[in-house]
Design a protein around this ligand. Structure first.
Ligand code: GNR
Ligand code: NI
Length: 172
């Protein structure tokens, strides 16, 4: 198990498209476990492999409530096979865009096909925070950050705030 550094925007790897996993073998299973450990350490509810510099289609998610047991989910090659017509806004944040938040509107519910840690093809249906998080993570696999869903004005404002914050952090 290992806690890995998380890349922060505007890192170029975060803009690249990740490659499908051929098979969930021991190496990919280990990657999933390292990603979960990194996610819990950073107090996130999801993490996509590109955020730790690995351009493979692997995501982990855990949206358990505070005080409840962990509910880790590990998905390789996740694909949205159905999305509801109904859209809902939700305030999003991102470990790669630290301390910045904005409303993003996405389908309320999705059905996702993926490969699990035992290399089995599975499907799940999600709504609420799980649906938001899975869509946010799949975006990362396509080089898309939540700020890319905002108007250019809002995106630039937020990315400038991030840069300013990163600069003051680096000189502290
Ligand atoms: O920890 C996270 N919280 C979050 C809140 C609202 C919508 C999406 C997320 S995902 C984010 C972790 C992260 O950056 N995953 O890529
Ligand atoms: Ni993110």
């Amino acid at each position: 198990m290992a806690i890995l550094p998380i890349l922060v925007a505007p890192h170029p790897v975060l803009k690249q498209k990740a490659k499908p996993v051929e098979k969930v073998d021991a190496r990919v299973a280990q990657l999933m476990d390292d990603m979960l450990e990194t996610m819990y350490d950073a107090q996130g509810i999801g993490l996509a492999a590109p955020q730790i510099g690995v351009l493979e289609r692997v995501i982990v998610v855990d949206v358990h409530e505070k005080g409840e047991e962990r509910r880790p989910m590990k998905l390789a090659n996740p694909e949205i096979v159905w999305a509801s017509d109904e859209l809902v806004p939700c305030e999003e944040g991102c470990l790669s865009v630290p301390d910045q938040y904005a409303d993003v509107t996405r389908p309320k519910a999705v059905r996702v096909r993926y490969i699990d840690q035992q290399n089995e093809i599975r499907e799940l249906e999600a709504d609420g925070m799980l649906a938001v998080c899975i869509q946010h993570e799949i975006d990362h696999l396509n080089g898309v950050l939540f700020v890319d869903h905002l108007s250019m004005l809002k995106r630039n404002m937020l990315l400038r705030k991030l840069q300013k914050q990163q600069r003051s952090k680096a000189s502290a």
